[in-house]
Design a protein around this ligand. Structure first.
Ligand code: HEM
Length: 741
């Protein structure tokens, strides 16, 4: 018996595992890499302290350039630093490495972490919130937070030394909240707490990565660190819940208040002189008002039902609506989402009879039959059925005979034979020329309504509907309707409606994305938008503190493009800051804010002379890719002119990818560059940055990398910012550049 157990453990199980992995093993065999032992692979080589983990990993990968394999347990990791491989990987492998599952507790199924099927849908939904028009509208917000930053720094003059990084992060978080959501950042009291949650989350993950046994799920879940991790995630989610709540409140109140104001603004701009009567051409320019009217008619169709009669069988999908049936098209249901239906009913105080009818029809959507005595009524709200009915059944339902006493054989009620004749006779009275001639009459009666209302001002309450009815019989009234926007799906193209969170909230109302998914996406988006930008800005200021000559050139450019220090930079001025742009790019080359990207090979990827086999994790170490000596002569040298247009043209497009590459690249690329440029330009226009770090400090001056997920400049940096004001004031504000909060 014991012998069999021995055989099972030592021969059969390992052999079957090896057999399953034979494809990986076969191709991995040909790829160079360090010593690997059964069960743990090369993981023992990565055991390090918290402070040198990152250096150690980079050092290992660097020493096996350009391609290296590493077994960590049974997982195969292949890292490549060849731009052609990088292009193949980022183009063909859209799935993320299982490594990203480590983020699941705090951001499951987000753009960053999700499987390709979910990612595709979410990216399609989120992309419109990052189009150029929307991004351009963020400029002023970025400028205003940069100005706040300048004020904050100025106030430090002569005071205590303050660490700059958390302050920058707070400002980038505020900018992200103000642009990606419609929530006023000032309303969110625990913003600072969210930042500490992110930092704690990252610290815990790093601690897990370099504590070997915690990589095994079983031990991890038993550990105190896991308990702490769960608490941190809960705090993060509570913050997000609050944002979603605020966004919802804002959404609801925007719906009610803003529309009338927008109508008014349009009226004021198209009809600036209140005394003049509008011309027809002016009325035609009232696009927004036109949309409001259409939307009102969608929500409150003045005629709520159309009833036709089937003279012959009508085939509609799986059903036949038989000859002899009455076909009902309930516009009120056709136009609306079931969730808002009853809200609307309450607002319009519908008679209880109608309410019952609507409720019944609605509960059987989209098609329902009802027998009333011997009459068959079929109701449908499927647009395709509606088209068939309205095209083919021109006769009205016998129901219209109820109107015979007051309007027999009218256009509304008559049989098709009579209707055809009448319609032919009446049509000419509604041609465009005739209608145009009505304009002045409509204006006259509208003015009478205004006059009437002015006259009743301050006197008794008056029934508004009867005034309108009397003057012009225009029975579209919107007064109360917008209260029902609460759960409504508007097709609105304002910036507010396209903002990331508003857009997702709208999609949630039509069940295209769940609330949980929105929460996770928002969580990651705010993290990505604020932390990466804050780190990039802090890194730029730190590096420019080392290279004071380059900082001076940046300043000269700023002083020439933005000569008046008091003025906020316009977008056009920022676009002219070419040298600053090159400096930012060179810093993102040397210290990419995200140091690694990992993908999963769903299929074999041929990268001569190797095959990266299906099932392997493909690692792109940006920090090393960007320092490949064959592409970047003197790679550690800080030289912004590497990004002169001629130089860029000489390199492979995947030799520099701080924002990743291909369809699954960084969605916030332009947003990130904008916010970073605005903040750095505003700070450096006002201050000179200096500190105690020299190029000779640390490994290679700039290779000061700590074991953080998001790369950091190491060393505790004491420094100062010196005020550059128009009158040459030389105030000194002591700061630190420590990337800790
Ligand atoms: C400013 C510096 C920034 C840098 C250097 C940066 C870099 C990156 C990189 C390298 C990735 C790919 C990560 C991976 O595949 O593992 C990424 C993804 C992403 N970034 Fe950024 N990012 C920055 C700013 C932003 C901003 C401001 C936002 C949002 C406003 C943002 C949102 C995202 C999102 C949502 C993804 C996932 C995209 C997807 O998979 O579809 N990033 N970023």
């Amino acid at each position: 018996m014991l012998i069999w157990i021995f055989v099972l453990c030592v021969i059969i199980i390992p052999t079957s595992v090896l057999w399953k992995k034979r494809w990986l093993l076969y191709h991995a065999w040909k790829i160079p890499g360090p010593l690997s032992v059964p069960l743990v692979g090369s993981a023992f080589l990565l055991s390090a302290t918290k402070d040198n983990f990152f250096d150690l990993v980079c050092g290992k990968l660097d020493s096996w350039r350009p391609v290296i394999k590493l077994w960590v347990g049974s997982q195969l990791y292949i890292a490549t630093m060849r731009p052609t491989d990088v292009e193949k990987i980022l183009t063909n492998c859209l799935n993320k490495s299982p490594f990203y599952e480590n983020f699941n507790d705090i951001m499951k199924d987000t753009l960053l972490t999700s499987k390709v099927s979910i990612w595709k849908e979410h990216r399609k939904m989120i992309n419109p919130s990052f189009n150029l028009k929307i991004l351009n509208s963020f400029h002023d917000t970025f400028v205003s937070y940069s100005t706040e930053m300048v004020k904050y720094l100025s106030d430090l003059e002569g005071g205590e030394q303050t660490n700059l990084f958390p302050v920058i992060w707070e400002k980038t978080l505020d900018a992200a909240l103000a642009t990606l959501t419609n929530v006023n950042p000032q309303v969110i009291k625990e913003r600072r707490r969210f930042i500490t949650v992110i930092v704690k989350f990252e610290e815990i993950l790093i601690q897990r990565f370099h504590t070997f046994w915690l990589l095994v799920d079983f031990f991890w879940k038993l550990s105190n660190l896991h308990k702490e991790h769960k608490e941190v995630c809960q705090t993060g989610h509570a913050f997000l819940e609050n944002i979603l709540l605020q966004e919802k409140k804002q959404y609801d109140s925007d719906d009610i208040n803003d529309i009338q104001e927008r109508v008014y603004q349009e009226l004021v701009s198209v009809l600036p002189n209140m005394e003049n009567s509008p011309t027809q051409e002016e009325i035609n320019r009232l696009d927004y008002l036109e949309r409001v009217i259409k939307e009102t008619l969608r929500l409150v169709p003045t005629v709520p039902f159309i009833l036709q009669y089937a003279d012959e069988d009508i085939k509609c999908g799986p059903y036949v609506f038989p000859a002899g049936s009455n076909l009902i098209v309930p516009l009120v249901l056709l136009h609306k989402n079931p969730a808002i239906q009853w809200e609307y009913m309450v607002v319009l105080k519908a008679k209880s009879f109608f309410e019952v009818v609507y409720r019944n029809l609605d509960s059987y959507r989209p098609v329902i039959k009802t027998w009333i005595g011997s009459e068959l009524y079929i109701t449908t709200i499927r647009p395709a059925d509606v088209e068939k009915i309205l095209v083919n059944c021109l006769n009205k339902s016998p129901f219209y005979e109820n109107f015979n006493d007051v309007m027999k054989d009218t256009l509304l009620t008559s049989k098709v034979s009579i209707w055809k004749d009448h319609r032919k006779m009446i049509n000419p009275s509604f041609n465009l020329k005739i209608l145009s001639s009505f304009h002045d009459i409509f204006v006259k009666y509208s003015r009478e309504i205004v006059k009437y209302l002015l006259d009743v001002g301050g006197t008794e309450q008056t029934d508004f509907l009867s005034v309108i009815w009397e003057q012009g019989r225009l029975n579209t009234i919107i007064a109360e309707e917008y209260k029902s926007y609460e759960s409504e799906d508007r097709n609105d193209d304002t910036i507010e409606s396209k903002r990331f969170l508003r857009n997702l909230t709208k999609l949630n109302r039509t069940n295209q994305i769940t609330r949980e998914e929105i929460l996770e996406e928002t969580n990651f988006m705010l993290m990505a938008a604020s932390e990466t930008a804050a780190i990039t800005i802090n890194t730029i200021l730190t590096i420019l503190g080392i290279y004071s000559d380059i900082q001076e050139r940046v300043y000269q450019e700023l002083a020439s493009v933005l000569p008046n220090i008091e003025n906020s930079p316009t977008q056009e001025e920022l676009n002219r800051l070419d040298y600053l742009e090159r400096v930012v790019k060179e810093i993102l080359r040397l210290v990419p804010t995200i140091p690694f990207i990992m993908r999963y090979a769903d299929e074999d990827i041929k990268c001569d002379p190797y095959v990266f086999p299906a099932g392997s994790n493909l690692v792109i170490p940006l920090v090393l890719l960007h320092r490949d000596p064959e592409v970047w002569p003197e790679p550690e040298k800080f030289d912004p002119d590497r990004f002169l247009p001629d130089e860029v043209g000489k390199r492979h497009r995947c030799s520099y990818i701080p924002f990743s590459f291909g369809v699954r690249n960084c969605i916030g690329l332009k947003f990130g560059m904008m916010v970073v440029k605005v903040m750095v330009a505003t700070i450096l226009r006002n201050f000179k940055v200096t500190h105690n770090l020299q190029v000779s400090d640390g490994d290679n001056g700039l290779m000061l990398l700590r074991d953080q997920i998001v790369i950091q400049i190491g060393e505790e940096l004491d420094g100062m910012v010196m005020i550059r004001s128009g009158d040459n004031r030389q105030g000194v504000c002591p700061v630190k550049f420590l990337q800790e909060v």
